[in-house]
Design a protein around this ligand. Structure first.
Ligand code: HEM
Length: 328
């Protein structure tokens, strides 16, 4: 988190969200695509993706309108997409070169996609197909995790008892050592903190669906073709499943408290056939990032700072998450 080093003396409140964006973007680019982007490219991709996510629905709703209509978002949306595509195609080209030159098989998702062959035709994926996969993973996998971490730090810095318990777990399990994959079973409370933040502020707060056939839900007729929004945000604060639902309490996710809970009471990663394919990856990444940042920095909330919630592509903290931060 090098972008914090200058301000890490606790004197000035700083917004933690941009640094978390940078962190999760680096993770996605490296682990999924086996490459790296320069700091300028990351900032650029972040800005374009933010704009694309913010305007996704507007673009979908207005796509069929004539090209000459001067819609305020349109020119910028197309520019953002074009530049984003340029970077994605470059990542794919680099991936192809690296896979061709590698002595050992490359160990990331893009290499697997490049290796994929259609069983019937024997053909690999085209650049356009790869672009769609890479863009989806990029869009689905980077901001969601970053926003989840930002909200986690928001709650954590407001509850010293939770912070203390988290720190105690990290000290016991790691004794100052950097955590790795094998340490995850020793960090149950760290994961519970993340799960509770994902309950109160699910980055994907609602899921759009189109009814394929006529249906009835709870007495309401849903004709085929109807667009509906399934509101994760409200299920996850429903008092029937979550007593004192607005309180941040990671203990809810302790095994004894979770037993018997409705299977759809906590669905930040969706459910059913469209369940997030990055679920385990995101929980692993989030737990490790939360552990490492809390190990390294002392974090405190800023009195009076209560970010609002902005719902666009993801549920973001409006104006970021301000914290006082100092190195340990
Ligand atoms: C905290 C982080 C994340 C959250 C909250 C999240 C949430 C979700 C949700 C709710 C869905 C279901 C959408 C629907 O039903 O309409 C979904 C789908 C998806 N997610 Fe995630 N996600 C996260 C991280 C990731 C990561 C890290 C990746 C990539 C490695 C990823 C890749 C995907 C993909 C490709 C889909 C589409 C699956 C499909 O339609 O078959 N997600 N995600």
């Amino acid at each position: 988190m090098e972008s914090w080093s200058g301000a890490a003396d606790g004197s000035t409140p700083l917004d933690i969200a941009p640094a978390l964006n940078g962190l999760t973007m680096r993770v996605v680019v490296k682990t999924l695509f086996g490459t790296a982007l320069s700091a300028e490219e990351m900032a650029e991709v972040g800005e374009h993706m933010g704009f694309i996510l913010d305007n996704l629905l507007l673009e979908a709703a207005t796509q069929a309108l004539p090209a000459w209509l001067p819609l305020p978002h349109r020119a910028r949306y197309r520019r953002a997409l074009a530049r984003f595509d340029e970077i994605v195609y470059r990542i794919i080209a680099q991936g192809r070169q690296a896979v061709a030159a590698a002595q050992q098989p490359e160990n990331h998702l893009l290499a697997m996609l490049l290796d994929t062959v259609d069983e019937e035709t024997g053909e690999g994926m085209t650049d356009k197909q790869l672009r769609d996969e890479v863009a989806t993973l990029f869009l689905a996998g980077y901001e969601t995790t970053s926003v989840a971490l930002a909200w986690t730090f928001h709650f954590l810095t407001r509850q010293p008892d939770v912070m203390q318990k988290l720190q105690a777990e990290l000290d016991d399990a790691l004794a100052g050592r950097q955590p790795g994959f094998a340490d995850l079973p020793k960090l149950p409370y760290t994961r519970m903190v993340l799960q509770e933040a994902l309950r109160l502020r699910p980055p994907s707060a609602w899921l759009p669906r189109t009814a394929l056939a006529d249906d009835t839900i709870d007495g309401y007729a849903i004709p085929a073709g109807t667009q509906i929004a399934s509101m994760t945000y409200f299920y996850q604060q429903h008092p029937d499943f979550w007593p004192d639902a607005e309180r941040f309490d990671p203990e809810r996710f302790a095994p004894e408290q979770s037993a018997g809970r409705h299977q759809f009471a906590w669905i930040p990663f969706g459910a059913g056939p469209r369940l997030c394919i990055g679920r385990d990856f995101a929980l692993m990444e989030g737990t490790l990032a939360l552990a490492m940042i809390t190990q390294r920095y002392r974090l405190a909330g800023v009195a009076g700072d209560e970010p609002g919630q902005t719902l666009s592509g993801t549920l973001r903290p409006q104006g970021g998450v301000k914290v006082r931060l100092s190195s340990k």
